[in-house]
Write a protein that binds this ligand. Structure first.
Ligand SMILES: [Zn+2]
Length: 264
């Protein structure tokens, strides 16, 4: 039995490695068309062990009463639609994650592929902010810029929804510049989609839709690891964003550090 299981796991691992080795979702770190990052040397067994040991460590540092406040329901103030990329996460906000962030993730941080989940966050919780979070060196955006006809039907379906973004690409200039600009265009596109769906809530002041890029490569010039706001409620010119009332509680220095664009 154990042998059969490990055989199956080995096959799954091999499939995973093959999937990671395709050019489309290679873990690039700012390079051009090539395969960037290294493939993990982890095995299924070592990864499962890490997960279970990590959970034990979490439980040892969180007493039973830690869960009391939210055992009967959630009350987050923030919905995030993020790319599923493993380099992107919500620890970058330095929030206690429990009961604070309603997070939806898919390739390319797209509303179209998880519209019902976003609806839930905005209509039913309801959160005060919808944060669309793109990121530097997004493999989904890069894949959508090229030929992905050899991908699975599932991947193709989730990249086809980025076509309107790619149509805004004028195909001019170095690839890496276009790639970063398309990341930002995608964030703008998703914010506009959110405004189509939740514009009435934005108008009444119940909701702010914030588009941002988590920039771990300093492509937006605000420093590595900065969350760069590129759009608020459809306003995407940095000067106008800096004066946006949604940022009223930030200092001038904070605003300058966190508002930017590669488009202007
Ligand atoms: Zn991505």
């Amino acid at each position: 039995m154990k042998k059969v299981l490990s055989g199956k796991l080995a096959t799954m691992a091999a499939c995973g490695l093959l999937a990671l080795a395709t050019p489309t979702f290679a873990a690039d770190h700012g390079g051009g068309h090539g395969h960037g990052g290294a493939v993990s040397a982890a095995t299924p067994q070592s990864t499962i062990k890490k997960v279970i040991h990590g959970n034990d460590a979490f439980r040892h540092t969180h007493a039973d009463n830690h869960f009391d406040a939210f055992q009967k329901g959630q009350s987050p103030a923030l919905t995030v639609i993020s790319c599923a990329d493993s380099r992107v996460h919500t620890q970058l906000f330095d929030f206690e994650p429990d009961n604070n962030i309603f997070i939806i993730r898919n390739v390319g941080n797209q509303i179209a592929n998880s519209e019902g989940s976003v609806d839930y966050g905005i209509h039913h919780l309801p959160t005060k902010v919808l944060l669309v979070m793109g990121h530097s060196s997004c493999g989904a955006v890069k894949a959508a810029m090229g030929d992905y006809s050899g991908e699975t039907s599932g991947i193709k379906a989730e990249l086809d929804t980025l076509k309107p973004v790619m149509e805004m690409d004028d195909q001019e200039g170095p690839f890496n510049d276009r790639w970063a600009q398309n990341v930002e265009r995608n964030v703008d596109f998703q914010v506009n989609k959110a405004l189509e769906l939740y514009g009435d809530k934005v108008e009444s002041g119940e909701l702010a839709v914030v588009g941002a890029v988590y920039d771990f490569n300093n492509l937006w010039g605000k420093g590595r690891g900065a969350l760069v706001v590129v759009n608020i409620n459809g306003v995407n010119h940095p000067q106008e964003i800096m004066n946006h009332p949604a940022l009223n509680e930030l200092s001038k220095a904070e605003i300058v550090t966190h508002v930017g664009s590669r488009a202007q």
